[in-house]
Design a protein around this ligand. Sequence first.
Ligand code: AHR
Length: 646
Amino acid sequence: MTTIHVQADKPGAKIDSAMWGIFFEDINFGADGGLYPELVKNRSFEFGQPLMGWKVIRNSGAEGRVFILRDAKRPRNPRHARIRVEDPGGGFVLSNEGFRGMGIRDGAEYRFSIEARGVRGDISAMRVEVAGQDNRILAEARIEGFTAEWRAYSCEMKSNGTDAQAKMNLWIEGTGELDIDMVSLFPMDTWKERENGLRPDLVRLLADLKPGFLRFPGGCIVEGFDLSQRYQWKNTVGPLNERVCNINRWNFEFKHKPAPDYYQTYGLGFYEFFLLAEDIGAKPMPIINIGMACQFNTGELVPMDGLAPYIQDALDLIEFANGPADSPWGKVRNQMGHPAPFGMRMIGIGNEQWGPQYIERYKEFASAIKAKYPDMQLIAATGSDATIFPDGNAEVAYLWSEWRKLKPEIVDEHFYRAPEWFLQNTGWYDAYDRSGPKVFVGEYASLSVALTSPENRNSWKCALYEAAFMTGLERNADLVRMSCYAPLFGHEQAWQWRPDLIWFDNLNAYGSANYYVQQAFSLNRGSHVLKAEVVETGVEGAPDPDAQTKSFHVSASFDEETGEAIVKAVNAAGAPLEAVLELKGAARIGRQAKVVLLRSKKLTDENSLQEPKKIHPEETAFPVSGGRFMFEFKPYSLTVIRVPIR
Ligand code: AHR
């Protein structure tokens, strides 16, 4: 017989309200082409190939060309296109293909905007047309009255059809020369209906996780392939036409999935990240570059005597987030529309950094930040997953020995491993030293094939075994303050890395099985850990998958707001498990428990665009009679049971 003993009357360690969070990484077209819903690709002609995404079409007899000009007077956005039409013939057209097409919806409204100036002759108008894959016109509008000065023009249009791979055609009317820049087609249906807002279905999925924190903007893109490509937050704030376009390192990182059109226009920049965190009730956690490029790539270092501007960037970021509205960087935030501080309390000092060169640089950052902002919590790294970077285990041990001396508040650890590792290591943190910094499990995912394999799947097995690992994180919440799955988003047609928590195409999105596991933990966090043990007596419960791997894992918490004991149980076996649940010491037990069940018949099952809710929580009520009752845990399941105990 299997019994779950929960010590219900002795709440233990507090579970941080940020325990289950999310990690936004600009990978897999997570920002441009994803969360940032601009439909025009390469809107300001700043991609490496300045006309990437654009096509010139000369219809019967049309003559003309498009040139790219570089204007030194606009250093942050130097290029624009010059359209020269010598003969409009049957139509001189500049067409944009969007991000693997443009997702256009029937009845939805779109705002077209452009910066333009007439240079020569008489280009009298521009007809803006959104066309489906079959060339049917879904929406159109007209812009006219170009002047010799740069001016912004805009118009709105409504679509009369749906197409996931539409395109935008600009028909140029008249002859002469017209300069254009910042060509945008933006859905008006955005999260909170903001101009330059985010894609609402994707933000909804994030909000539904009720994440405790939002880590941003990545991963390796913080570091850059080399330092010239590092993420510089100051290039991502202010007016859109002054944000400096950057290549995204995932553009070229993988031979199996090159994405030569992957850039960062920073329409989704640091201001928008802070706003997103605020909107979804998550604590903002920016990660900054520490003067080191990605150590899997060039590993370039800024010399120690050149670190000052990098450190200044970090200090200015804190002022941007938290400073008064009249401070130099607080003013920028204020001008962007947010006079109140964002309440940033933590900052990641580097992403996956390692080696003594990291420690040297960390010390400089830490002392400068703490001198000015003593309450800012610092997050230090332990390299990448110890199994994948050179001498990983030794490097992690070295970094931990340094962190025990340097005492950052939080240390970040990453795990990209086989599902079995997650199932076998639910006790990973049981024996960790409690006297040093707290732990942040800042990236993890169970990989059905291997790291970076394009064959990895978001299978139920991966998700379920992660759930088992998460029971271990919860049991160790005195040490593990925060955790998040990685990466967050994957575009079905434009991903580079899988598995990912949320998948989408140009029109639809769904949460993976792993998403629902994260959600089950986050929505059922509880405020304090309760001691929970599985005790086997007599006849064994569900069979274990093999000798080293236990198949049944539990954790429990108490929710002081609702007065409930929350038990989470993973049954990783293919057979049901009858167990006694004993809530020891609970004085008053409610009559009805709430049960959230996540399960699937096969471990290979997964959600998809076609079956987005194949694996999805079922909620039921369960009658309870006293503090000891039988419960059947379904095969291959995660069960959350909430029992009123007060
Ligand atoms: O999540 C994908 C990548 O994995 C991240 O960019 C990096 O931090 C880690 O190596």
